[in-house]
Design a protein around this ligand. Structure first.
Ligand SMILES: Nc1ncnc2c1ncn2[C@@H]1O[C@H](COP(=O)(O)OP(=O)(O)O)[C@@H](O)[C@H]1O
Ligand SMILES: [Mg+2]
Length: 501
């Protein structure tokens, strides 16, 4: 056993983040810690990495009792962590970031060549593809994560903790990461991965610890369990099997024709995009991110107005119109980046849940807001979406990512308009909430609405969509009906390939 955490307790005010949590790890194994948002996963790992001090409990590393005051204490004992938010210096190179504070020196001077060599060596040994001389600022998120991993290896970590490492990655990058994790374990490293994606658990983990509300509620060997059992333990109930049926379609709620937009470099970011969403439909756009999806949505929602082509919302021509005009034409929007576009971080949850509805008769009379009604409305949505907060008067910025997402989803899905544009609506939220959001989107189509769904989560697209468009290099290359295509073929087309039967 390489490490053992015994009966760890950690409280934040009234919140018991970890309640007698015990976790152990064997050499060369991959342990998954799963659980919904707020279950206490990050807390227990921050304690192991010396970022937080436990109220009580004991930690043993290689049989030796330890007490960490900082990450550098943990690193001295061979523990490294790849955190959710990368800790890199953007203007510095890959190598400079990796060797920072641990440089190879020669007669007291930094030996640049030697450092680069060392990084190249590590990168080859563990199959972590990076250019040692690239500047971090120019690196993809996937590369930056590899740099974080290399940093821990450079510091001779034999235990590496990953906190939701796939949350920021594209599907291809996730595959690479999972391969890397297996390589590391094969090379004798011991790994802990925090995730709520059960397919990742089934792919890489040897053992699984399930947490709920600060407590360990299950320990299983991967081979003895299933995604169904794990999700049952995670949320404490059976997932409903969402019954998705086609419904009768009606009038066209969104139509986009000939949408074309150039970039500064003269390249076409959007190239003659044509699509429609009808009443009674969920229409999915599948694509590797960066193929024009964000730009397309920015045009449809009015965040981008410099384009050619026509956009109609519920029969109204809204081409090149402002966000305000388009929303009034009958569209709600769950944006990809909740903090940037979706919310006012300094405002209360009540106000955030009201955003865009200030003029509605339900909440205001003659320009005077009915605060009581607004708070009641917020209270109800918070309960319904199981947002983990104390009150509706809390500020948006105090919420964790997953909970902020729930607030924005609640507001936009509940708006009384025919069309909802949903971009990555379940990214970063746990399976209980994901199921809930899916159910709401399905409700929308069943109640004579329509949904345009953009998601890099193929399973989500395949499950929910009545029709699917495949987007590649700014163009919609293919269109399928539900059930006509599987994830493998879709994956190939997303990369611009063709499938021949
Ligand atoms: N620094 C903090 N201050 C106050 N509460 C915190 C802090 N960090 C975590 N918590 C609370 O502790 C609980 C567990 O959080 P966390 O370990 O981050 O959960 P997970 O990683 O499983 O989503 C949550 O209720 C969270 O709000
Ligand atoms: Mg966490």
């Amino acid at each position: 056993m390489i490490l053992e955490m015994k009966n760890i307790v950690k409280t934040y005010g009234r919140v018991v983040a970890n309640d007698n949590v015990s976790i152990d790890l064997n050499e060369g194994e991959i342990l998954a810690i799963v659980g919904e948002n707020g279950a206490g996963k990050s807390t227990i790992m921050k304690i192991l990495y010396g970022l937080e001090k436990p109220d009580s409990g004991e930690i043993y590393v290689k049989g030796q009792k330890v007490s960490f005051n900082s990450p550098s204490d943990a690193m001295k004992m061979g523990i490294g962590m790849v955190q959710q938010h990368f800790m890199l210096f953007p203007p510095m190179t890959v190598t400079e970031n990796i060797v920072y504070n641990n440089e190879q020196q020669k007669y007291g001077f930094l030996d640049k060549k030697k450092n680069i060599e060392k990084v190249r060596e590590l990168s080859e040994k563990y199959g972590l593809d990076v250019d040692p001389e690239a500047v971090i600022r120019d690196c993809s998120v996937g590369t930056q994560q590899r740099v974080e991993i290399l940093k821990t290896l450079y510091q001779n970590a034999d235990t590496i903790i990953f906190d939701e490492p796939s949350a920021v990655l594209t599907p291809g990058e996730v595959d690479d990461l999972l391969k890397t994790m297996k390589n590391l374990a094969k090379a004798g490293k011991s790994l802990i991965i925090i995730t709520h994606k059960l397919n990742e658990v089934m792919e890489v983990a040897d053992r699984v610890v399930v947490m709920r509300a600060g407590v360990v509620v299950g320990r299983v060997n991967k081979v003895d369990t299933s995604p169904e059992e794990l999700s049952y333990m995670m949320i404490g109930r059976q997932l409903m099997n969402l019954d998705i049926k086609p419904v009768k379609t009606g009038r066209t709620l969104l139509s986009v024709s000939g949408l074309t937009m150039g970039s500064e470099s003269g390249k076409k970011v959007l190239n003659d995009v044509n699509l429609h969403v009808d009443e009674g439909e969920i229409v999915g756009i599948a694509g590797v991110s960066g193929n024009g999806q964000s730009e397309l949505i920015r045009c449809i929602t009015g965040l981008e107005r410099e384009y050619e082509g026509k956009v109609m919302v519920d029969g109204v021509d809204v081409s090149n119109k402002t966000v305000d005009v388009i929303r009034k034409a009958g569209l709600s929007y769950i944006p990809e980046d909740r903090y940037l576009w979706g919310s006012a971080t300094e405002a209360s949850l009540s106000d955030n849940l009201l955003m865009g509805e200030e003029d509605s008769r339900e909440f205001s009379r003659k320009g005077i807001l009915n605060q009581k009604k607004i708070d009641q409305h917020a209270d109800q949505l918070i309960k319904e979406y199981r947002v983990k907060v104390d009150t509706y008067s809390q500020k948006m910025k105090e919420l964790s990512g997953g909970n902020a997402q729930k607030i924005v989803c609640a507001r936009e899905v509940e708006r009384d308009v025919p069309l909802t544009i949903a971009c990555e609506p379940t990214r970063g939220i746990d399976i209980g909430a994901m199921e809930f959001v899916h159910e709401k989107l399905v409700n929308k189509k069943e109640n004579r609405g329509g949904v345009l769904l953009v998601s890099s989560e193929l399973s989500e697209i395949l499950k929910l969509s009545d029709r699917i468009y495949v987007m590649f290099e700014g163009h919609l290359n293919h269109e399928f009906r539900h059930g006509e295509i599987d994830d493998r073929k879709l994956g190939i087309m997303m990369l611009g390939g063709e499938v021949h039967e």
